[in-house]
Ligand binder design. Structure first.
Ligand SMILES: Cc1cc2nc3c(=O)[nH]c(=O)nc-3n(C[C@H](O)[C@H](O)[C@H](O)COP(=O)(O)OP(=O)(O)OC[C@H]3O[C@@H](n4cnc5c(N)ncnc54)[C@H](O)[C@@H]3O)c2cc1C
Length: 196
């Protein structure tokens, strides 16, 4: 089974059916909760409720958990889209180390688990036969996770400095390939992984 061609043995339904199931589960649970944090401005500009630095597995899970609670979060990651974390770049081992049964960033939603994602594409027997999760498949799963939860991620955005301010806001110094600018946030989550 090639991680480059994860849909090659699609049973009927596949990911589309899983995404419909997830949408229904979220709807039944009234999730995400309605956004309830009152907006704030600084010098007439936007203030983020939460800035999450790092769009790897931890940053995605943090932003997703906040979103389900009705709190807006914007993720900044210096990597290009789809190359967050070590999975498709610096990793040398071909598989995850953890047993496949750990449910990872699924936040208690069965349709959001790696297992559901895997079975939707390859079927139950393939899951039963699987030993350890392929690291590139884990990356594909995280890409899917971000998409189905519609998480707000700014790729190619490096945070160069954080400055706590007297007014309680935090100024984030952002660098993109084109420019440098500041963003203000009420709260900051550091999810910068081992790099950070
Ligand atoms: C082959 C392999 C197998 C592994 N197996 C497991 C396993 O089975 N279970 C497990 O729990 N862990 C495993 N790990 C460890 C895994 O790397 C970490 O658990 C996981 O990556 C942690 O996620 P994270 O979001 O904290 O950090 P990362 O995935 O490292 O993500 C951090 C992100 O922050 C971004 N970032 C950093 N600094 C900045 C900045 N200044 N501005 C903007 N963005 C920034 C980076 O670009 C990166 O995308 C494995 C690792 C490898 C390489």
């Amino acid at each position: 089974m090639s991680p480059d061609h994860p849909a090659s043995s699609n049973p009927p339904g596949g990911l589309a059916a899983l995404e419909a199931r997830l949408a229904e589960d979220l709807s039944l649970l009234e999730l995400p909760a309605r956004e309830w944090v009152l907006g704030k401005q600084h010098d007439g500009g936007e203030v983020l409720d939460v800035a999450v630095i790092g769009g790897g597995m931890a940053g995605l899970a943090a932003a997703a958990a906040l979103k389900l609670l009705g709190v807006r979060a914007r993720i900044f990651d210096r990597s290009p889209q789809g190359l967050e974390g070590p999975w498709a770049t610096t990793a040398r081992m071909e598989t995850l180390r953890s047993p496949k049964q750990l449910t990872g960033p699924a936040l208690g939603l069965p349709a959001l688990t790696f297992r559901a994602w895997f079975e939707a594409q390859f079927g139950v027997p393939a899951w039963q036969a699987l030993d350890k999760i392929d690291r590139l498949q884990w990356m594909q799963y995280l890409i899917w996770y971000r998409r189905v939860l519609a998480l707000e991620v700014c790729n190619d955005h490096t945070i160069e400095a954080l400055t706590p301010r007297a007014d309680g806001l935090v100024a984030l110094s952002v660098r993109t390939p084109e420019r440098r600018f500041d963003v203000y946030a009420r709260r900051v989550v550091l999810a910068t992984g081992r790099d950070g």
